[in-house]
Design a protein around this ligand. Structure first.
Ligand code: LLP
Length: 418
């Protein structure tokens, strides 16, 4: 785990704040983040890229809370967005639209207009049809949309099928074989300006080889496209770098970047601006979800029922993802094996299976690695208000999102008249 989040003197700390004290004050379920862990993760990318033209665009889908975006904006990062809503968040957090790349297979015309008017740095276009629509929208506004084509390099990222995106069978990107034609088409349209190329091959990637293979495939295309007279300014290698949930050993960002730069240099592309779109590796291990044990149900199968559920944390139910679970104040009693489950009415509502824990009702548990794809994927299923979020910076802790209130959940609903 991250050094920012660790047990000291029999208590779990996030930086210099005792997690149990935060739960006493703010209740549970509670998300707690380490601001310095986020800063350190961004710095690892930036330091490895120092002296090179680059932009690290935080993929905000991983955790789109305003104070998280603010933290990365202050660190000099750009942002990777996939909706008009995410663009509004970036602006509300004080982010700079000129550092925003807009990804996604299905952008609406309204979202295209919104992004053009805000002045985003570039659109990552995922199909030929999208080129035509975007050109139309830009021309109608009397401007040209900066575009980068997301190509599908057809490499195996060797990760969970739901989060692997760079293979032929995926809905993402323009097939490698059609990319040159798509670039010619883009260059011929009045409302577009070609500025770059990009790819994103998947998420929670723990090896460097798929990245190097994808880079090679992308550079082949860059050379072909430039030969056709269309200059390419930046190369965006996407996000996807994995983190340690249990025993995974992903390369450090600096190691991966070192290898990518070597490959770029060896192929004579060292001058190019490099963009990254990391999400999980910037925030994943910077947060925990704190939950309270409600009841224990021993028996053939032993259940530890807690107050956080699949609506708070979808990853186990959706991907059978393993998330570490630790007590906030470890007991000296003998540990027993428990399935840690939530109160939602679904058998898929579990947070951890067969975990060895010494627990009693009222204890707090922390689910680890909950900085990414946790709160941002939370829902209100079972009319459960989403929990609060706290950002820790040293010994200071600030509420960055209030706990939802039940009445807010149905504030927009109406009974039928008559
Ligand atoms: N760029 C694009 C175009 C993406 O689609 C994604 C993630 C990223 C960047 C950031 O990838 P990262 O560095 O976070 O791996 N909900 C899943 C992960 C879905 C990832 C979707 N795309 C999970 O909880 O594992």
């Amino acid at each position: 785990g991250a050094p920012w989040i660790a047990h000291r003197d029999g208590e779990l700390f996030v930086e210099d704040c005792r997690v149990n004290a935060l739960a006493d004050e703010h209740g549970t379920p509670l998300y707690v983040y380490s601001r310095n862990a986020m800063r350190a993760a961004a710095a690892a990318y930036q330091q490895a890229l120092a002296g090179r033209p680059h932009l690290v665009c935080y993929a905000i889908k991983a955790n789109s809370s305003l104070a998280v975006l603010q933290t990365f904006a202050e660190a000099g990062c750009g942002f990777d967005i996939v909706s008009g809503g995410e663009l509004a968040r970036v602006l509300a957090a004080g982010g700079d639209a000129s550092k925003v790349v807009f990804s996604g297979v299905g952008k609406t015309r309204a979202e295209m207009r919104q992004a053009l008017q805000a002045g985003v740095r570039c659109f990552n276009v995922e199909s030929e049809a999208e080129l035509d629509v975007l050109s139309d929208v830009a021309a109608a506004l009397g401007t040209r949309a900066p575009v980068s084509l997301r190509v599908n390099p057809d490499v195996d990222a060797k990760t969970h099928p739901y989060i692997s995106t760079g293979l032929k069978g995926n809905k993402f990107g323009i097939a490698h074989g059609q990319a040159l034609a798509a670039y010619r088409h883009a260059a011929s349209l009045p409302g577009l300006q070609v500025v770059g190329i990009d790819c994103h091959i998947g998420s929670q990637i723990t090896e460097t080889a798929p990245y190097l293979d994808a880079l090679d495939r992308v550079l082949d295309l860059v050379e072909a496209v430039e030969q056709a007279g269309i200059p390419i300014r930046h190369v965006d290698v996407g996000g996807g770098l994995g983190i340690t949930y249990t025993d995974e050993q992903p390369p450090a960002a600096g190691t991966l970047i070192g290898l990518l730069l070597e490959r770029l240099d060896a192929r004579g592309h060292g001058h190019r601006e490099l963009l990254f779109e990391p999400g999980r590796s910037l925030v994943g291990n910077a947060g925990v979800l704190v939950t309270e044990v409600l009841v224990l149900k021993p028996g053939d199968k032993r259940f530890c029922i807690v107050d956080a559920a699949m609506n708070d944390l979808m990853r186990p139910a959706m991907y059978e993802a393993y998330m570490g679970i630790v007590p906030c104040r470890p007991r000296s009693d003998a540990a027993q094996v428990w399935d840690v489950v939530g109160p939602v009415c679904e058998s898929g509502d579990w947070l951890g299976r067969d975990r060895e824990l010494a627990v009693a009702p009222g204890d707090r548990l922390a689910v680890l690695s909950c900085g990414a794809y946790a709160m941002s994927m939370a829902s209100n299923y079972n009319t459960r208000p989403r929990g609060a979020e706290v950002m820790v910076d040293g010994s200071r802790a600030a509420v960055i999102r209030e706990r939802e209130r039940v009445q807010d959940l149905f504030a927009g609903e109406r009974l039928v008249a008559g």
